[in-house]
Design a protein. Structure first.
Ligand SMILES: NC(=O)c1ccc[n+]([C@@H]2O[C@H](COP(=O)([O-])OP(=O)(O)OC[C@H]3O[C@@H](n4cnc5c(N)ncnc54)[C@H](OP(=O)(O)O)[C@@H]3O)[C@@H](O)[C@H]2O)c1
Length: 256
Protein backbone atom coordinates (compact mmCIF):
# COMPACT_ATOMS: atom_id res chain seq x y z
CA UNK A 1 0.00 0.00 0.00
CA UNK A 2 1.22 3.49 -0.84
CA UNK A 3 0.82 5.19 2.55
CA UNK A 4 2.05 8.71 1.81
CA UNK A 5 -0.74 9.95 -0.55
CA UNK A 6 -3.38 8.71 1.89
CA UNK A 7 -1.80 10.81 4.64
CA UNK A 8 -2.66 13.91 2.61
CA UNK A 9 -6.12 12.78 1.52
CA UNK A 10 -9.21 14.55 2.84
CA UNK A 11 -11.55 12.26 0.98
CA UNK A 12 -15.01 12.23 2.61
CA UNK A 13 -14.25 15.17 4.90
CA UNK A 14 -16.07 18.48 5.23
CA UNK A 15 -14.28 21.81 5.73
CA UNK A 16 -15.28 25.36 6.61
CA UNK A 17 -13.04 28.16 5.29
CA UNK A 18 -13.60 31.80 6.27
CA UNK A 19 -12.47 34.63 4.02
CA UNK A 20 -12.77 32.11 1.20
CA UNK A 21 -13.67 34.53 -1.58
CA UNK A 22 -10.13 35.67 -2.41
CA UNK A 23 -6.47 35.35 -1.63
CA UNK A 24 -5.26 32.88 0.98
CA UNK A 25 -8.76 31.68 1.90
CA UNK A 26 -9.65 30.93 -1.71
CA UNK A 27 -6.39 29.02 -2.19
CA UNK A 28 -7.00 27.02 1.00
CA UNK A 29 -10.54 26.13 -0.06
CA UNK A 30 -9.35 24.93 -3.47
CA UNK A 31 -6.46 22.94 -1.97
CA UNK A 32 -8.74 21.16 0.51
CA UNK A 33 -11.20 20.39 -2.30
CA UNK A 34 -8.39 19.01 -4.48
CA UNK A 35 -7.45 16.76 -1.56
CA UNK A 36 -11.03 15.45 -1.50
CA UNK A 37 -12.95 17.65 0.95
CA UNK A 38 -16.35 19.26 0.46
CA UNK A 39 -16.18 22.90 1.48
CA UNK A 40 -18.41 25.56 3.09
CA UNK A 41 -17.19 28.95 1.88
CA UNK A 42 -17.69 32.09 3.99
CA UNK A 43 -17.03 35.77 3.21
CA UNK A 44 -19.18 38.87 2.73
CA UNK A 45 -19.16 39.09 -1.09
CA UNK A 46 -21.53 36.53 -2.63
CA UNK A 47 -20.11 36.89 -6.17
CA UNK A 48 -16.60 35.95 -4.98
CA UNK A 49 -17.97 32.92 -3.12
CA UNK A 50 -19.98 31.83 -6.16
CA UNK A 51 -16.83 31.86 -8.31
CA UNK A 52 -14.86 29.75 -5.81
CA UNK A 53 -17.80 27.36 -5.39
CA UNK A 54 -17.93 26.87 -9.17
CA UNK A 55 -14.21 25.99 -9.20
CA UNK A 56 -14.74 23.47 -6.39
CA UNK A 57 -17.73 21.86 -8.10
CA UNK A 58 -15.64 21.57 -11.27
CA UNK A 59 -13.26 19.43 -9.19
CA UNK A 60 -16.16 17.09 -8.39
CA UNK A 61 -16.54 18.21 -4.79
CA UNK A 62 -19.55 19.79 -3.09
CA UNK A 63 -19.46 23.47 -2.10
CA UNK A 64 -21.90 25.74 -0.29
CA UNK A 65 -21.64 29.51 0.06
CA UNK A 66 -22.60 31.28 3.27
CA UNK A 67 -22.31 35.05 2.84
CA UNK A 68 -21.82 36.94 6.08
CA UNK A 69 -19.45 38.88 8.31
CA UNK A 70 -17.36 36.79 10.72
CA UNK A 71 -17.71 39.60 13.27
CA UNK A 72 -21.44 38.84 13.47
CA UNK A 73 -21.96 35.90 15.83
CA UNK A 74 -25.34 35.07 14.28
CA UNK A 75 -23.57 34.68 10.92
CA UNK A 76 -21.18 32.17 12.51
CA UNK A 77 -24.14 30.19 13.89
CA UNK A 78 -25.68 30.16 10.41
CA UNK A 79 -22.38 29.03 8.88
CA UNK A 80 -22.05 26.08 11.26
CA UNK A 81 -25.73 25.09 11.07
CA UNK A 82 -25.86 25.22 7.27
CA UNK A 83 -22.62 23.26 6.93
CA UNK A 84 -23.94 20.42 9.09
CA UNK A 85 -27.39 20.52 7.47
CA UNK A 86 -26.18 20.68 3.85
CA UNK A 87 -22.81 18.90 3.90
CA UNK A 88 -23.56 16.51 6.75
CA UNK A 89 -20.73 17.12 9.24
CA UNK A 90 -17.64 19.21 10.03
CA UNK A 91 -14.07 17.86 10.14
CA UNK A 92 -11.95 20.91 9.26
CA UNK A 93 -11.99 24.63 10.03
CA UNK A 94 -9.70 27.25 8.47
CA UNK A 95 -10.02 30.56 10.34
CA UNK A 96 -8.59 32.84 7.67
CA UNK A 97 -10.71 36.03 7.67
CA UNK A 98 -8.78 38.78 9.41
CA UNK A 99 -6.13 41.36 8.71
CA UNK A 100 -5.32 45.07 9.25
CA UNK A 101 -2.97 47.56 7.73
CA UNK A 102 -0.19 49.43 9.52
CA UNK A 103 -1.32 51.79 12.29
CA UNK A 104 0.05 54.96 13.83
CA UNK A 105 0.21 54.48 17.61
CA UNK A 106 -0.32 58.23 18.04
CA UNK A 107 -3.46 58.35 15.91
CA UNK A 108 -5.32 55.04 16.29
CA UNK A 109 -7.91 55.33 19.06
CA UNK A 110 -9.17 52.66 21.43
CA UNK A 111 -12.23 51.70 19.43
CA UNK A 112 -10.23 51.13 16.26
CA UNK A 113 -7.49 49.26 18.14
CA UNK A 114 -10.07 47.04 19.85
CA UNK A 115 -11.74 46.36 16.51
CA UNK A 116 -8.49 44.98 15.08
CA UNK A 117 -8.08 42.70 18.11
CA UNK A 118 -11.71 41.59 17.94
CA UNK A 119 -11.76 40.87 14.20
CA UNK A 120 -8.59 38.81 14.21
CA UNK A 121 -9.25 36.76 17.35
CA UNK A 122 -12.87 36.52 18.47
CA UNK A 123 -14.44 34.92 15.35
CA UNK A 124 -11.76 32.22 15.39
CA UNK A 125 -12.44 31.56 19.08
CA UNK A 126 -16.18 31.37 18.53
CA UNK A 127 -15.98 29.17 15.44
CA UNK A 128 -13.72 26.68 17.23
CA UNK A 129 -16.19 26.65 20.12
CA UNK A 130 -19.17 26.25 17.79
CA UNK A 131 -17.65 23.49 15.61
CA UNK A 132 -15.96 21.40 18.32
CA UNK A 133 -18.98 19.23 19.08
CA UNK A 134 -19.63 18.50 15.39
CA UNK A 135 -15.95 17.59 14.98
CA UNK A 136 -16.12 15.20 17.93
CA UNK A 137 -19.26 13.61 16.44
CA UNK A 138 -17.42 13.28 13.09
CA UNK A 139 -14.66 11.29 14.80
CA UNK A 140 -12.22 14.18 15.19
CA UNK A 141 -11.23 17.42 13.57
CA UNK A 142 -8.48 19.85 12.74
CA UNK A 143 -8.34 23.65 12.82
CA UNK A 144 -5.86 26.04 11.20
CA UNK A 145 -5.80 29.69 12.23
CA UNK A 146 -4.17 32.05 9.74
CA UNK A 147 -1.91 34.31 11.79
CA UNK A 148 1.06 36.38 10.52
CA UNK A 149 4.80 36.84 10.95
CA UNK A 150 3.72 40.20 12.41
CA UNK A 151 2.96 38.22 15.58
CA UNK A 152 6.67 37.63 16.21
CA UNK A 153 8.46 40.59 14.60
CA UNK A 154 9.15 43.79 16.55
CA UNK A 155 8.45 46.50 14.00
CA UNK A 156 7.10 50.03 13.72
CA UNK A 157 3.43 50.64 12.79
CA UNK A 158 2.17 47.13 13.56
CA UNK A 159 1.19 47.44 17.22
CA UNK A 160 -2.48 46.63 16.51
CA UNK A 161 -2.12 43.89 13.88
CA UNK A 162 0.94 42.34 15.58
CA UNK A 163 -0.81 42.24 18.95
CA UNK A 164 -3.92 40.71 17.39
CA UNK A 165 -2.03 37.94 15.60
CA UNK A 166 0.14 37.26 18.69
CA UNK A 167 -3.09 36.82 20.64
CA UNK A 168 -4.37 34.47 17.93
CA UNK A 169 -1.18 32.40 18.28
CA UNK A 170 -1.44 32.09 22.05
CA UNK A 171 -5.14 31.29 21.78
CA UNK A 172 -4.20 28.53 19.32
CA UNK A 173 -1.72 27.03 21.80
CA UNK A 174 -4.16 27.21 24.70
CA UNK A 175 -7.22 25.91 22.84
CA UNK A 176 -5.17 22.95 21.59
CA UNK A 177 -4.84 21.98 25.26
CA UNK A 178 -8.58 22.38 25.81
CA UNK A 179 -9.81 20.48 22.75
CA UNK A 180 -7.29 17.64 22.27
CA UNK A 181 -7.22 14.82 21.48
CA UNK A 182 -10.45 15.06 19.44
CA UNK A 183 -9.61 18.37 17.79
CA UNK A 184 -6.12 19.50 16.71
CA UNK A 185 -5.56 23.26 16.53
CA UNK A 186 -2.56 24.85 14.82
CA UNK A 187 -1.71 28.18 13.21
CA UNK A 188 0.26 29.39 10.20
CA UNK A 189 2.27 32.59 10.18
CA UNK A 190 2.38 33.69 6.53
CA UNK A 191 5.12 36.04 5.43
CA UNK A 192 4.33 38.46 2.63
CA UNK A 193 1.78 36.86 0.29
CA UNK A 194 0.70 38.35 -3.03
CA UNK A 195 -3.00 39.05 -2.46
CA UNK A 196 -5.39 41.98 -2.92
CA UNK A 197 -4.89 42.90 0.74
CA UNK A 198 -1.21 43.52 0.10
CA UNK A 199 -1.52 45.27 -3.27
CA UNK A 200 -2.13 48.84 -1.99
CA UNK A 201 1.11 48.75 0.02
CA UNK A 202 3.37 47.12 -2.56
CA UNK A 203 5.25 49.73 -4.59
CA UNK A 204 7.73 48.28 -7.13
CA UNK A 205 10.66 49.60 -5.03
CA UNK A 206 9.30 48.05 -1.85
CA UNK A 207 8.70 44.73 -3.61
CA UNK A 208 12.26 44.68 -4.94
CA UNK A 209 13.63 45.40 -1.46
CA UNK A 210 11.49 42.69 0.09
CA UNK A 211 12.47 40.07 -2.47
CA UNK A 212 16.15 40.94 -1.97
CA UNK A 213 15.84 40.33 1.79
CA UNK A 214 13.94 37.03 1.43
CA UNK A 215 16.14 33.90 1.53
CA UNK A 216 13.83 32.15 -0.96
CA UNK A 217 14.16 35.18 -3.29
CA UNK A 218 10.45 35.71 -3.97
CA UNK A 219 7.31 36.84 -2.19
CA UNK A 220 4.75 34.19 -1.28
CA UNK A 221 1.75 33.02 -3.26
CA UNK A 222 -1.59 32.03 -1.67
CA UNK A 223 -0.84 28.43 -2.71
CA UNK A 224 2.25 28.42 -0.45
CA UNK A 225 -0.06 28.90 2.53
CA UNK A 226 -2.69 26.51 1.18
CA UNK A 227 -0.14 23.69 0.97
CA UNK A 228 0.84 24.22 4.61
CA UNK A 229 -2.82 24.38 5.64
CA UNK A 230 -3.48 21.10 3.84
CA UNK A 231 -0.63 19.49 5.79
CA UNK A 232 -1.96 20.81 9.11
CA UNK A 233 -5.52 19.54 8.58
CA UNK A 234 -4.56 16.20 7.02
CA UNK A 235 -3.69 12.89 8.73
CA UNK A 236 -0.02 13.64 7.87
CA UNK A 237 0.08 15.99 10.88
CA UNK A 238 -1.93 13.81 13.26
CA UNK A 239 0.63 14.23 16.10
CA UNK A 240 0.92 18.01 15.73
CA UNK A 241 -1.27 20.36 17.75
CA UNK A 242 -0.89 23.75 19.39
CA UNK A 243 1.95 24.73 17.05
CA UNK A 244 2.66 27.85 14.99
CA UNK A 245 4.18 27.18 11.56
CA UNK A 246 6.06 30.00 9.82
CA UNK A 247 5.55 29.95 6.03
CA UNK A 248 7.57 32.98 5.11
CA UNK A 249 10.32 32.28 2.59
CA UNK A 250 12.84 32.19 5.42
CA UNK A 251 12.49 35.83 6.50
CA UNK A 252 13.42 36.27 10.17
CA UNK A 253 13.15 40.05 10.57
CA UNK A 254 10.73 42.72 9.36
CA UNK A 255 11.27 43.55 5.69
CA UNK A 256 8.07 45.44 4.91
N1 LIG B 1 -1.41 38.72 2.32
C1 LIG B 1 -0.45 38.69 3.22
O1 LIG B 1 0.70 39.11 2.96
C2 LIG B 1 -0.70 38.12 4.59
C3 LIG B 1 0.40 37.95 5.44
C4 LIG B 1 0.20 37.42 6.71
C5 LIG B 1 -1.07 37.08 7.12
N2 LIG B 1 -2.14 37.28 6.28
C6 LIG B 1 -3.46 36.91 6.79
O2 LIG B 1 -4.11 36.07 5.85
C7 LIG B 1 -5.53 36.24 5.96
C8 LIG B 1 -6.12 36.48 4.57
O3 LIG B 1 -5.48 37.59 3.98
P1 LIG B 1 -5.47 37.81 2.40
O4 LIG B 1 -4.23 38.57 2.11
O5 LIG B 1 -5.76 36.55 1.69
O6 LIG B 1 -6.71 38.81 2.25
P2 LIG B 1 -7.66 39.13 0.98
O7 LIG B 1 -7.02 38.73 -0.30
O8 LIG B 1 -8.08 40.56 1.17
O9 LIG B 1 -8.93 38.18 1.21
C9 LIG B 1 -9.64 38.29 2.39
C10 LIG B 1 -10.89 37.43 2.32
O10 LIG B 1 -11.55 37.52 3.60
C11 LIG B 1 -12.87 38.02 3.40
N3 LIG B 1 -13.25 38.83 4.55
C12 LIG B 1 -12.73 40.03 4.90
N4 LIG B 1 -13.34 40.50 5.98
C13 LIG B 1 -14.29 39.59 6.31
C14 LIG B 1 -15.28 39.54 7.32
N5 LIG B 1 -15.39 40.51 8.22
N6 LIG B 1 -16.10 38.47 7.37
C15 LIG B 1 -15.97 37.47 6.46
N7 LIG B 1 -15.06 37.47 5.49
C16 LIG B 1 -14.23 38.53 5.41
C17 LIG B 1 -12.81 38.79 2.10
O11 LIG B 1 -14.05 38.86 1.45
P3 LIG B 1 -15.15 40.00 1.75
O12 LIG B 1 -14.42 41.32 1.80
O13 LIG B 1 -16.08 39.85 0.59
O14 LIG B 1 -15.78 39.63 3.06
C18 LIG B 1 -11.87 37.91 1.28
O15 LIG B 1 -12.58 36.83 0.73
C19 LIG B 1 -5.75 37.36 6.96
O16 LIG B 1 -6.04 36.81 8.23
C20 LIG B 1 -4.41 38.09 6.99
O17 LIG B 1 -4.17 38.75 8.22
C21 LIG B 1 -1.98 37.79 5.03
Amino acid sequence: MNLIPSLFSLHGQVAIVTGAGKGIGRACALALAQAGADVALAARTQADLDAVAADIRALGRRAITVAGDVSDEAALDTLVARTVAELGKINILVNNAGGAGPNSPLKMGGAEFSAVLAWNVTPAYLLIQKTAQAMREAGGGAVVNISSVAARYAQKHFSAYGAAKAALNQMTRNLAQDFGPAVRINAIEPGTIMTDALAPFLTPERKERMVASTPMARLGQPEDIAAAALFLVSPASSWITGKILGVDGGVEAPNF
